[in-house]
Design a protein around this ligand. Structure first.
Ligand code: PLP
Length: 381
């Protein structure tokens, strides 16, 4: 690049080096597209020999995330998406089309409930919501055009641990696909693909990322199914950006450490809060796996507590309508995640103005519990 002007140099000077200098961390491929030295190289992309053309179709960072989650889930393949919601939508559209029907659990993440209830009908896909705790209800909801059974491994906010093996049995009996949202359990606690679930989806925004600094989704399954999901993500433009993928991969490196500590802290909290006279109910699963029961604890405060004062007295525990970060936070399902559910559905699930969901972090277990207890104390009427 000797005989070129300053103007040209300014554009091209930084593009010289091709090597990654054996960087220990994966570099961030912050690029919209990939370049080719000649037409043979371009042709080799379309023959499947060169992996990358355009970031919406695929990028080394998003691929690293997809394959990391596939590996942790014990699945053949995985693909990243721009959010948990887009991963769920792409997964559903890969197995269901206009005229099809889905049977879904009635105790789902609010955003998923809305997608299934309000949006999918515009795609001509019908959904029946039933209690997945009741096998008979699932069977009775299956129709001739049913394609998919959909649930979450640990439900939100009441943390019911679903019987995934039973679900897989029913799906296989009726030749249906099964899809499970494993966000709350994470592959550290449960690996539903190994039990025969076809598609396992994650909001990587939560525990996989783990630091509340990224919005991302991932879906894992067989090579063939993930191929179709990938095609949907490409067509919907629901791809994840390289930097978000990079951050999520970085988070995953400490998933085991974080989940071990957060699961232990949550167990400790559930045990402690059960003894508290000002708490009506503590929702926490009895047994999810040998690795733990997840890191969310949901409580219902007694009528002795003023809810507004409780939320205003939490000290370093933040009020956050999300979960899964290293910091302990609390959310108010009635005011956020389940706000748009019909009153009837809220009542059926048990959501009321005293229900509080706690996402337990990695701080000292005793200090987390003390902080909560002092907020309860302060809120007594
Ligand atoms: C947050 C969440 C989602 C949605 O994920 P986004 O990353 O916010 O799109 C889906 N399912 C569960 C269980 C969640 O907690």
């Amino acid at each position: 690049m000797r005989d070129v002007s300053f103007d040209t140099l300014a554009v091209h000077q930084s593009l010289k080096g091709k090597s990654h200098f054996t960087s220990k961390a994966t570099p961030i491929y912050q690029t919209s597209s990939f370049s080719f030295r000649n037409l043979d190289e371009l042709e080799s992309y379309f023959e499947g020999e060169t992996p990358y053309l355009y970031t919406r179709y695929g990028n080394p960072n998003t691929d690293e995330l997809g394959s990391a989650v596939a590996t942790l889930e014990g699945a053949e393949s995985g693909v990243a998406a721009s959010s948990g919601m887009s991963a769920i939508l792409a997964g559903i559209l890969a197995v269901a089309k206009n005229g099809d029907h889905i049977v879904a659990c009635d105790d789902l993440y609010g955003g998923t409930y809305h997608l299934l209830d309000a949006e999918l009908k515009n795609f001509g896909i019908a959904v029946s919501f039933v209690s997945f705790g009741n096998e008979q209800e699932i069977r009775e909801a299956i129709r001739e055009n049913t394609k998919l059974l959909y649930t979450e491994t640990i439900t939100n906010p009441f943390l019911r641990a679903e019987n995934i093996k039973k679900l897989v049995d029913i799906a296989r009996e009726h030749s249906l696909f099964s899809m499970v949202d494993n966000t709350f359990a994470t592959p550290y606690v449960l690996q539903p693909y190994k039990d025969g679930v076809d598609l396992v989806v994650h909001s990587a925004t939560k525990y996989l990322g783990g630091h509340s600094d990224v919005s991302a989704g991932v879906i894992a399954g067989s090579e063939t199914l993930i191929q179709s999901v990938r095609q949907k993500i490409i067509s919907l433009g629901a791809n994840l950006s390289p930097f978000e993928a990079w951050l999520t991969c970085r988070g995953i490196k400490t998933l085991a450490l974080r989940m071990e500590k957060q699961n232990q802290n949550a167990q400790f909290m559930a045990d402690q809060l059960k003894q508290n006279a000002n708490i009506n109910k503590v929702y926490f699963p009895e047994f999810v796996s040998e690795k733990g029961n997840g890191a969310i604890v949901t409580i219902e405060l007694s009528s002795q507590c003023d809810i507004r004062t409780f939320f205003a007295s939490l000290g370093w525990i933040k009020i956050v309508p999300s979960l899964g970060g290293v910091e302990t936070s609390v959310s108010y399902p009635l005011g956020t995640s389940h706000r748009n559910l019909p009153l009837e559905a809220q009542e059926k699930l048990g959501i009321n103005d005293r229900v509080i969901r706690i996402s337990v972090g990695i701080e000292s277990s005793k200090e987390i519990v003390n902080q909560l207890l002092s907020a309860i104390e302060a809120s007594l009427i």
